[in-house]
Design a protein around this ligand. Sequence first.
Ligand SMILES: O=C(O)CCC(=O)C(=O)O
Length: 453
Amino acid sequence: MDVNAESSPLPPANRDGGIDQDWAGDDQDWWDWYVTLAENDDAPIALVAGPGLPDVDPADDEQLRVELAAPYRLDAAQREAFRRDAFIKLAHVLSPAVVRRLAERLDSLLRAEHGDDVAGRFIALEQLWLHDEVMRLVAFSPRLGGLAAELLGEPAIRIYHDNALSKEPGCGRTPWHHDAEHFPLATLQAVTAWIPVTAIPAYMGPLALARGAHVRDMVADLSFDKVGTTYDAAVARRLVESDVAVDASPFAVGEVSFHSALCFHTAGPNRSTQPRRALATTYYADGARVLESPTLVSGRWRDFLPGVEPGGLAVSTLNPIVAGREGEGMVQSLGGLFGLESSQSSIRFGCTHYRRKRRWLTRPGQFEAQADPNLSAAARTHGDARSTQRRMSSRNTRPARPVRGCPWNSRRCTPTVLAAGRRPLTCIAAVTQVVPRWPHLRFAGVLHCAPLP
Ligand SMILES: O=C(O)CCC(=O)C(=O)O
């Protein structure tokens, strides 16, 4: 056994050997270990007051749903910047009211799980979307998921996991790393949306991102050290020697960064009396496989891809498509958006409305989503829009009416409403997507949802 391993917080089963083994602890054990790999000054950290939460009322349910469903427009320069830099920071992705709502919700979730005796630690909580309606809206947000798909240039993306990350007052640095060594995925087509739930000034340790998709090659010869800080220190030195620019700028309220799995990043210590909190939600390209040999750095990856073995297709009930292919992606993202109750074993969506060449087109398609009895939001889609179209009669089509809460011009968004059986419609939502073949077009869909009779 390595001498250092004895004092390391590695689970006993992971102390011997290299990193080519499964992580033996839980997710929090992983973070407690991981932050010990960062070099920190010996000097005690003097804490100052943080910025507090945004000084507004928290968004209500309606505002939350509408905002998280509305598209965020990227221009060609932003898409190119992400491709070149391997990350992008986007302003005003969320309003202060939504940020405040997320901050309050995260606070109660984190306190319920970890209590208050957490000073100086890096506290995490993952897969919140499975149990919490607000967090489900974030994880399956067409706004955030749509951005992830567009930045990756992928026709469809799946969720790997969501994560609440709370760097408590006095907690030191996050070590330099890139996420390709964290996710057990045999693809670099993965991206994490890092969503702060307050402003994060420099003294709180905002995520700091090394600029350039080429940086990974510059540090590829450095070997990972599972018990000390040598890897973190070596990466830091190499980046300085190679004149790599690092964006360590503060995050304003509502600003969100997206970093690719190949982006090297770190974060400074939290020198404030306020926890530095963010949600980190990771998406990856549909079709990706799990690595043949995941390592302990991937932590409890089997929890995030249950039933998937090394080398297998990275698809499980916990990885629905969040954004992308018309139909499946929309319905699955809406499954999350609506937060299906497990008592509703099935829902039906009708009428996709999309905009093409300045015209709104209506596709009276219908998709059914089956809720997994063990997992309320993992919608499995089936059905075929065209065959449904043939089955539809004018009898079950209601006249157009305005869509409440629709983020677009509601006159143009007045769709024909499909009556699903005898039950009244219960949900209305809007989603958008970008089809890579026509990147200049924005397909906006308004879907209606109702429980099956
Ligand atoms: O929040 C942090 O300090 C690190 C987060 C991170 O590494 C990530 O989200 O990939």
